[in-house]
Design a protein around this ligand. Sequence first.
Ligand code: ADP
Length: 167
Amino acid sequence: MKEPHSIAIYPGSFDPPTYGHMNIVERSLKIFKKVIIAVATNPVKNNLLTPEERIIILKKIYRKNPNVEVDQFHGLLVNYAKKKKVKVILRGLRTVADYQYESQMAFSNKSLNPHLETLFMMTENRFSHISSTLIKEITHFGESAKDMIPPLVRKMIEKKIKLKKEE
Ligand code: ADP
């Protein structure tokens, strides 16, 4: 019999991907056979990296892991999940603020598709302070966020921020 929940979709902005995101993926692979990292491509004003750049980075990070698929989606997550025939959405939780936002999203996704389940994985303590927004801010002001992101991500965002400053 086919296992009902062998695949999960881990959706997000990943602008940029961080060690916090990577930790969620790594731990979720102990529960799911496959995780689809789905980069949201809906335009957001303050995104630093283009969806293509985020996808390139994630594909490089997971190039040796056949259990991780990197994909993108536009529009509503429920429609993407339906298209992929996946019934589990995976999200990470760090703080109470995350909980407020995440519960709102989970409730609305549930009302849009009652068959879709959202599962939350608690961050590990050592990653709880890591956020993509904070990393962009640290890098913007000339400090290195090297403890929060892999070297290829650091190189890419430093280059992008430099270009933005020159604009
Ligand atoms: P979004 O804009 O959809 O929130 P993010 O890329 O910011 O996208 O986050 C994607 C998911 O990863 C969210 O569920 C978020 O809570 C989770 N996440 C982000 N950073 C961490 C971290 N350091 N530890 C655990 N989960 C995290």
